[in-house]
Design a protein around this ligand. Structure first.
Ligand code: ADP
Length: 204
């Protein structure tokens, strides 16, 4: 990281369930040498390990509802306070509503930091439903049943999509077509970030 030219890479990746944001988030974070912080992964790991947090959130996740903002934002603040996130991070699955946007704003303002880009992955609803049913067969995630998927997509449209309006006003949203091969989509995202002057480090 010594020859890094840009001083920070603070990104969000936003998209409906089945948009491929988890997969692309990992790829983009690797390219920029920053950690991925996925709130869904944190919750699932805690459920699997049976921690007190896991016990608290298990039923919420299985219903596809949102974990309360206070709890979620605290987890994110703790994680972003770790040393490896000092110069950059990619948040996947957070913020997920306007309250969380404001929590994140407060946190970053307190550190004199701001977001560099919000990557919006767009896929048609039918495509995202098709991908989710495939994932349900392959991975058997307990929140990938038809009913819970419908709930999660509804929450995305009502609560999460509006955050793009807020970030859009700040001029930091890059809307990316999420249909194509994995490599094509990664290339589109990297090109959009580079067009903002966010350059990958030489070690990539
Ligand atoms: P998906 O985007 O497919 O719903 P995630 O892994 O992002 O999958 O999230 C899984 C679940 O974890 C959500 O349905 C929700 O219950 C919980 N969760 C994840 N991120 C958040 C968040 N930012 N706020 C509240 N709940 C969250």
């Amino acid at each position: 990281m010594t020859d890094s030219v840009n001083s920070s890479a603070r990104f969000l990746i936003v998209g409906p369930q089945g948009s491929g944001k988890g997969t692309q988030g990992v790829r983009i974070a690797a390219a920029f040498h920053i950690p991925v912080v996925s709130t869904g992964d944190v919750f699932r790991a805690n459920v699997a390990a049976g921690t007190p947090l896991g016990q608290k959130v298990q039923a919420i996740i299985e219903a596809g509802d949102l974990v309360p903002d206070e709890l979620t934002s605290e987890i994110v603040r703790d994680r972003l306070s770790q040393a490896d996130a000092a110069d950059g991070f990619l948040l996947d699955g957070y913020p997920r509503n306007l309250g969380q946007v404001s929590d994140l704003d407060d946190f970053l303002r307190g550190r004199d930091e701001s977001l560099d880009a919000v990557i919006e992955l767009r896929v048609p609803r039918e495509e995202s439903i098709a991908r989710l049913s495939l994932r349900a067969q392959e991975q058997g995630r307990t929140d990938d049943t038809e009913e819970v998927i419908a709930n999660r997509l509804g929450i995305y449209e009502r609560e999460t999509a509006p955050i793009l309006g807020v970030y859009g006003e700040r001029g930091i949203v890059d809307t990316i077509d999420g249909v194509g091969s994995l490599d094509e989509i990664t290339d589109r995202i990297v090109a959009a970030l580079e067009a903002r002057g966010l350059i990958r480090t030489a070690a990539a």
